[in-house]
Design a protein around this ligand. Structure first.
Ligand SMILES: [Zn+2]
Length: 97
């Protein structure tokens, strides 16, 4: 499994995605995207939890952002290449790298 880290263009280490490239024999090729969650203070998490329990919905949704710029293009292209790589029979060489 190959890992890559994308850090947001704002340079905050809290805004990052970890890409895990997995070529599983049974499940096939997949890329897992793990998104780092911002660590809020305990009372902020408690307040958010209370709002969640009572079904509060923000009109903007509960999203954070990740700013991608041209410097991320190679990593995004790597996802494309990895997922679209032809399946090889045993004994064949992969020339796509
Ligand atoms: Zn950011």
């Amino acid at each position: 499994m190959k890992d890559e880290i994308l850090i947001c263009d704002c340079s905050s280490a809290e805004h990052q995605m970890v890409l895990r490239f997995d070529d599983d024999k049974d499940l096939g090729r997949m890329v897992y995207v793990e998104i780092h969650l911002v660590n809020k203070r305990w009372y902020e998490r408690l307040w958010m939890g209370i709002k969640y329990i009572f079904g509060y919905k923000c009109c903007y949704g509960n999203f954070e952002e990740m700013i991608l710029s041209p410097k991320h293009a190679r990593q995004i292209y790597d996802i494309y290449r990895f997922l679209n790589r032809p399946n090889l029979e045993k004994g064949q060489q992969d020339d796509s790298n």
